[in-house]
Design a protein. Structure first.
Length: 759
């Protein structure tokens, strides 16, 4: 939200007051409270008829400092984000001229009884600052509304990322962003997943701890500052220290919730009925058997909305005309080694038998007059499950449990964005403006917790569209309703990378697009991208997405890239476990791995797939791709082409429909199993070991995990001259070893715990 008229003037409807100096303070073992009046205090009379900011400094995680700006100390009605507190030691020092608050390597510094500034330093070096007049207690004289504002300084070369799954430019400088969940597709400034957290190229992050709409001005209203504001009388934010971007994400996810590890089977291929297509039990089995007959492995089959009768979503009952024996159908699918997912959302149509039951028991969001809050958007007479009511949560879970008991393995938790804020009353009295974004957390937690309870901790996963702070605890998320166009494919990747820089670990998208009709060439290129994403699902609206409806080459393309992903699971699942442990996303922008390469900070059409592989999808029918490689030796794992890059270099290449740039970085150990038929298998059983461009003197170790994500062993390779010494523990049987160097591949055998490879 903008409050100023250029650099010098305020907009006439706003009255802005800012702290002038810290006049007094209080400190305890873990909190520093500053009292900063809105004018300088030179005599006793200055203390009268004057407003003041109360500024509280705390630290929930070492290297994270919380700042709460308070005008009037009023109770929030809730909800509030669920934050962790590790109770680190803090160091508070006070003096005649300066007060400091230190946590780890991060220090907040403020002058005492002098011009107000709040400076943040990493090991004594300034990273950002709240300068004079940056903080604002603001009155809109035309409406009587109050706002709180903060502005943090930016460096000359500083770049800002994150703020959720945003489809605008990857670098957020110059943008205005409102953190409010909306069902707006993937081609506008609106987003399903809005996260009030941004990551700076200067090695720190900022998390605004406000569930309601937060307005960001990123080097826009004031081009030298990031600005954020909320309506109300208080504002809290956290400075998250690095010094690397990975360090920032680690601390942020420790604060807001550890990224959960999805089950291994969820990384395989998901096939959907699509949305408005005609389908029945016969159609479903025809698709599943068609994939099998073409030797295309499938791990999950998804039933979209019309597994239920129209006008009755979400009644959570099968349409018996199309699915007369759902238990029998699910058993047939399970007998083929495939999991079952069904679509749900938290809205209940008036025609559904569940509506009256929920209405009578007070399980739906109400208007102020006590009636159910309804509208006709999506389904006629929609009501919204009120997840602030514990009994409503149990009731909703009981309906889902019946499906789990039937054999359903997981749910696509669609929607959760269009939650009303006007004329609304929640069961627990929550503030509707704060509940709007927070609702998706309650919805997905309700579903996720039930699956954990019924299926086990290691089997819980959802396929969610909306998200807020903390939703990383309930993966997986997909990108929403994209168009079947190359531009939309690129938009999806940009939005996904932005989302993954916002504290999330796993992400998917609708392969070949949701709206419109995909062309065969788009289908094949998006298939490559989709199978080289953390999670992979064919889905659409009015078009079946099985490959043979496009052409035979699409069948070959799908088979090749499904096989590739399944073969890579020993590598990918170890990387996924690392995501769970550290908060570093599985798919990640290049700059997370190449922090010293300034060119990498602008790349939005290629990404690292784990720490060792670089992927550059192709976004056109001609097969041309322009991509950047940082310094080092790289090997395309599909064709063995090598690149010896000295200082970072751009490449312009053309690929057929069965290939694209998928490159292993030098000194990489990548475990693969080319015989994999599903995503979940014993990753320790005789995997192939690939060593890419090992330099003389290089020594690398990779962890081996089992199919549950538990550490099972290690593989270590060390090169000295023309010899590589290879050792392994935790592997079963014998493994083939492939040494890739300068476009050539040498094959060896590791039979036992160690081997010496002569090059």
């Amino acid at each position: 939200m903008k409050f100023t008229d250029g650099y010098w003037l305020d907009r006439p409807q706003f009255e802005i007051q800012s702290p002038k100096e810290v006049f007094d303070y209080r400190k305890s073992d873990d909190k520093l409270t500053l009292y900063a009046p809105f004018k300088y205090i030179n005599e006793r009379g200055d203390e009268l008829n004057l407003g003041m900011s109360t500024i509280e400094l705390t630290s929930p995680i070492e290297g994270v400092i919380g700042v709460k700006l308070i005008h009037f100390d009023q109770n929030d009605k809730g909800p509030s984000y669920q934050l962790e507190n590790e109770h680190p030691n803090v160091d508070i020092t006070t003096g005649d001229k300066e007060i400091t608050f230190k946590s780890g390597d991060l220090t907040a510094k403020v002058p005492y009884k002098s011009n107000f500034e709040l400076d943040f330093l990493h090991k004594g070096k300034e990273i950002t600052k709240s300068m004079e007049k940056a903080q604002g207690v603001i009155l809109d004289k035309s409406t009587g509304k109050h706002y709180m504002r903060e502005q943090l300084s930016m460096g000359v070369d500083e770049l800002i990322y994150g703020l959720g799954e945003r489809f605008t430019s990857f670098v957020k400088n110059g943008q205005t962003v409102d953190i409010v969940n909306k069902d707006g597709g993937t081609g506008s400034e609106e987003a399903y997943k809005n996260i009030p957290f941004y990551l700076s190229s200067e090695g720190y992050g900022v998390f605004v701890n406000q569930p309601e709409t937060v307005s960001f001005e990123i080097a826009s209203e004031n081009v030298d500052r990031t600005q954020f504001s909320v309506e109300g009388e208080s504002l809290q934010y956290f400075i998250v220290d690095g010094p690397t971007p990975k360090d920032v994400l680690n601390k942020y996810t420790r604060l807001t919730g550890q990224v959960a590890l999805p089950p291994a089977w969820s990384f395989g291929l998901w096939l959907s009925t699509s949305f408005t297509t005609d389908y029945s039990a016969e159609t479903v089995l025809k698709f599943i058997d068609g994939m099998h007959d073409r030797k295309i492995p499938l791990d999950v089959f998804h039933f979209d909305c019309f597994w239920q009768k129209g006008f009755e979503w979400c009644t959570l009952l099968w349409d018996k005309e199309q699915f007369p024996d759902p238990e029998g159908l699910i058993k047939k699918i399970h007998d083929r080694g495939i999991k079952v997912c069904v679509w749900i959302n938290p809205y209940i149509a008036q025609k559904s038998p569940l509506f009256k039951e929920a209405q009578d028991n007070g399980y739906l969001i109400k208007r102020q007059d006590g009636n159910v809050w309804q509208w006709d958007l999506w389904q006629a007479g929609n009501g919204f499950v009120d997840f602030t009511n514990p009994d409503a949560v149990k009731w909703y879970q009981s309906k889902l449990k019946a499906l789990l008991d039937m054999g359903v393995d997981c749910f696509k938790t669609d929607f959760g964005e269009r939650i009303p804020v006007e004329d609304v009353k929640f069961f627990d009295g929550s503030d509707p403006k704060r509940e709007h974004n927070y609702y998706t957390l309650q919805y997905n937690q309700t579903v996720f917790d039930l699956i954990k309870q019924e299926k086990g901790d290691d089997q819980a996963t959802v396929f969610a569209r909306s998200a807020t702070v903390g939703s990383q605890k309930f993966p997986v998320h997909w990108g929403g309703d994209c168009l079947s166009r190359y531009k939309s494919m690129a938009d999806s990747l940009r939005g996904g990378l932005s989302f993954l820089l916002s504290g999330f670990g796993f992400w998917a998208h609708d392969i070949s697009g949701f709206e419109e009709q995909a062309t065969p060439d788009l289908y094949k290129r998006w298939t490559q991208f989709g199978l080289l994403s953390s999670h992979s699902r064919y889905h659409g609206s009015g078009q079946y997405k099985v490959p043979w409806v496009f052409d035979e080459e699409a069948v070959d393309n799908t088979r090749k890239f499904v096989d590739l992903k399944l073969s890579l699971m020993p590598y990918l699942f170890n990387e996924a476990v690392n995501t769970h442990e550290t908060g570093t996303p599985l798919m990640r922008p290049l700059f997370l791995e190449y922090t010293k390469d300034r060119n990498a900070y602008f790349l939005e059409r290629e990404y690292m797939f784990g720490s060792k592989l670089l992927v550059a999808p192709i976004f056109n029918a001609e097969g041309t791709v322009k991509y950047y490689l940082p310094e080092g030796k790289w090997t395309n794992i599909l064709n063995e082409k090598t690149y010896d890059v000295k200082n970072g270099e751009w490449f312009d290449e053309t690929y057929d429909n069965l290939n694209l740039p998928v490159l292993a970085r030098e000194n990489s150990i990548i475990l693969r199993n080319p015989n994999a038929e599903h995503a979940e298998y014993d990753y320790t059983d005789s995997p192939d070991i690939h060593l890419y461009e090992f330099a003389d003197g290089a020594k690398e170790t990779t962890r081996v995990v089992d199919e549950k994500g538990k550490p099972a062993g290690h593989v270590t390779a060390e090169r000295s001259g023309s010899t590589i010494t290879l050792s392994a523990d935790g592997l079963k049987g014998s493994s083939k070893v492939y040494v890739h160097a300068d476009g050539n591949v040498k094959e060896f055998t590791l039979d036992g715990g160690s081997a010496t490879l002569s090059l």
